[in-house]
Design a protein around this ligand. Structure first.
Ligand code: FMN
Length: 193
């Protein structure tokens, strides 16, 4: 796929077909993350890819809790759109049946002077992964709901003790029919001087 097509066809996929992700594809996605730029070459990332059925079931139990906790926040944000609330909550609870979930941690949290830089570096790696998934015919969605709902410390303890704080979660897989659409971009968000 042309790079430009990847950029403009990527969208958040919240519903996945049951097709598994081959190991070599998952490796390629993870490697693309490591190829990202990082502040003063910190490479401050640590990723946990959850792929086996057993591990996914275990993580889905965590996401059930996230889904419960996020409801109030969604209701506040979308008071007139109960369908949006229900759909968002459903996705968060089930991750749309994603066959792979990648947890991104900011490994170098002890670099006090570089806290923002490290966070931005991990984010760059996560975007690389989403774009690579798209270029390979897969889709994904970035989630911070587990962090917003206060479950990050539990996830850190369980999946990556000592490896820093959870920055985000990516669901990855082949999109189910349609998969979803990307919202329109807001105008006036750049200037050329
Ligand atoms: C930092 C970050 C956090 C996000 N958290 C969530 C989330 O918790 N749940 C969700 O459904 N989507 C989440 N998204 C996806 C956004 O809703 C999505 O990117 C946005 O609506 C634009 O749509 P698009 O990705 O299809 O272009 C997140 C995206 C980013 C970059």
């Amino acid at each position: 796929m042309e790079f430009r097509d990847v950029i403009y066809s990527r969208r958040s996929v919240r519903k996945y077909s049951g097709q598994p992700v081959p190991d070599e594809i998952l490796e390629e996605i993870l490697q693309a993350g490591l190829a990202a730029p990082s502040a003063v070459n910190l490479q401050p990332w640590y990723f946990v890819a959850i792929q086996s059925r057993e591990e996914r079931e275990k993580f889905n139990a965590v996401m059930e809790q996230v889904g419960e906790k996020v409801r109030a926040e969604l209701e506040e944000r979308f008071p007139n759109h109960p369908d949006t609330v229900a759909e968002s909550q459903r996705f968060i609870r089930s991750l749309g049946g994603a066959p792979v979930v990648i947890l991104g941690f900011c490994y170098k949290e002890d670099y006090q002077n570089y806290e923002d830089d490290a966070l931005e570096s991990v984010s760059a790696a996560m975007e690389n992964m989403l774009l690579t998934a798209c270029s390979l015919g897969l889709g994904g969605c970035w989630l911070t709901a587990p962090i917003q709902t206060g479950l990050a410390p539990d996830i850190q303890r369980t999946y990556a003790p000592g490896k820093g704080r959870l920055v985000g979660v990516l669901s990855i897989g082949y999109a189910a029919d349609g998969g979803g659409t990307s919202p329109k971009r807001k105008p006036g968000r750049y200037v050329i001087l």
